[in-house]
Design a protein around this ligand. Sequence first.
Ligand code: FES
Length: 205
Amino acid sequence: MKSKQSWLNARISNLRAKTETEQQRLERLKQEVLGEGEAASRPTRRSFLTRLGFGATLLALAGQAYAFLRSLKPNVLYEAPQRFKVGTPDQFGEGGKFLEDKRLFVFRQGKTFYAISASCTHLGCTVKMEKLNQPKKVKTRQREFEEQYEFHCPCHGSKYYGDGTNYAGPAPRPLDYFKLELAAEDGQLIVDMEQKVGQDFRLTV
Ligand code: FES
């Protein structure tokens, strides 16, 4: 009886050992198969470099195509029109009116009108019109007149007489005068900033 028992125990442990060995073998096999699969799915260095090169070529071609298509479309500069209406003469009182968006002064003296640029001839800052406490007599190269206002530039201190002639500071020349016309269709004043005129230009309406 005892020997039967020990034979049975030996057999069981033998079977157990066998089962464990089979399991280990199966496990190794599994690892080998899965390991190879992963390795196969991982991109190799060579294929990675190939893909990188392909991508860079595509990118360069796309850039060239864009540059070519862009060159077919002309660049358009949307500048403010240089010729524009500023209203009818009766909308202007005696003296100067500053049109901020145009950087322009439009003056009325009775029935005459003229337009002076507010852009300083030094570096283009906007000059300010200063009303004088007392009118003063001024003699410029152009003429002699009594002025009631002057233009002063806040940037570097240039000063201009009432007729736009520079007399102090770094401004190299007088303020520009622009041509004024009357529109036939609605009687509005038209300023043409592409046409500079002399200081004695006057539009009589
Ligand atoms: S910009 Fe007017 S003085 Fe310089």
